[in-house]
Ligand binder design. Sequence first.
Ligand SMILES: [Mn+2]
Length: 480
Amino acid sequence: MDSYAEFRQSVALAADRFKELDRKETIRVISHLDADGISACAILIKTLNLLNRKYSISIIPQLNEKIITELKEENHRNYFFTDLGSGQIKLIRKYLQDKNIFILDHHEAADETPLPENIVHVNPHINGIDGSKEISGAGVVYLFGKMLSEKLDLAHVAIIGAIGDIQETKDGFLRLNDEILQDAVKDGKIQVKKGIRFFGRQTRPLHKVLEYSTDPYIPGVSGSESAAIQFLHQIGINPKIDGQWKKVAGLTEPEVKKLIAGIVMKRINEENPEDILGNVYTLIHEERESPTRDAKEFATLLNACGRLNKASLGIGACLGDKRIKQKAISQLASYKRAIIDAMKWYNSNKGTGNIILDKKFVIINAGENIPATMIGTVASIISKSSEFADGTMILSMARADDGTTKVSLRVASKSHRKEMSSDLRDLVSEITRQVGGEAGGHQYAAGAIISPEDEEKFIETAKTVLSRHSLEENLVESES
Ligand SMILES: [Mn+2]
């Protein structure tokens, strides 16, 4: 049997085990706080609704020993861990041995030894499939739910989860995600078309989309609002229609052609001037100019809800509840404000002890000045800006409400995922091995939870590890 058949079989086995549970008992669901985790949770909830089952949900930023010991004390017997859990199997085994456990995840598993009877573990990595690229947590839950109810129609939500986890490649999705996408297309939920790889097609004014576009990068236009407006006039596109700013989604076919030609001309000295197109995933039943109409904007909406501790609004939006969807959308303004405040703090603290600037890395210690749920977003924004050379490591940390310190690591890159010789998760693990704390994440975005007393030691160790890593990266570049 090949890996894919094996993986499908493990999903089917999990569904069979689920059917053995007592129908009267509540299902305890624990899912991850990001867009994928919220999508995964929504798909599981829909499945449980279709099956008439009771449930109780928690959405958490990271699963750790403290939370697992709290879950142990709860009066439930059946637990689902979605988009998390695989990295904490040892702790789950240790504390939850008298509970029925279902782990539906795609993060790398920390324990490969045979599992006890009470744990059902579905994860593509176990079957030799790369879960960081092939399928999201939401995708795994979707395949599971589909085994239990043919009526499950949330393939598009699994795609939003995959987009939230940056699983889409330049050539679209890999096999498992692509099969789920085909379901979404068949259900009439998603339409796939080629278009310019822009973010904000439905909601942002066209000139703003151009100003903020770093991938594709448009020389002389990206980064400047006035240059963006001027560029549109030059290529014969009026940025306004009936006194309103035009949106990418509202452009006519001839306008799109002019825009593509204009951008390619501006990029003529770039490595691949014509490399500006990608798939656009439109949720055709959603209202025009709503962030829920574009899968990428929908993923951002879910992230915003999660980061603002309003994950339930994101779940409601995925389930298609109109009123909750509106509430979720209204969170975007607060999210924008929180990002602006965080970026202001960052910009006004350069040159102070809070921000260490080195040639090869940047270390930001925000303390309580940036919410811990936002620190990864801040690091991502800085990594995509043109402030630092490609390859610069961006390490950021902030205090969380629970008294721990949250750490994020990103790498500066103006283009799509760059091939790197090292994995960011490995780098963070290397630091936590010396300093203590729990590391997590994947190749392109990693993080850790550490104790505030260890911050100084963490920073000192990070300096050594990140400098050495840069050295290795340079060697690789000069060899190739
Ligand atoms: Mn995920």
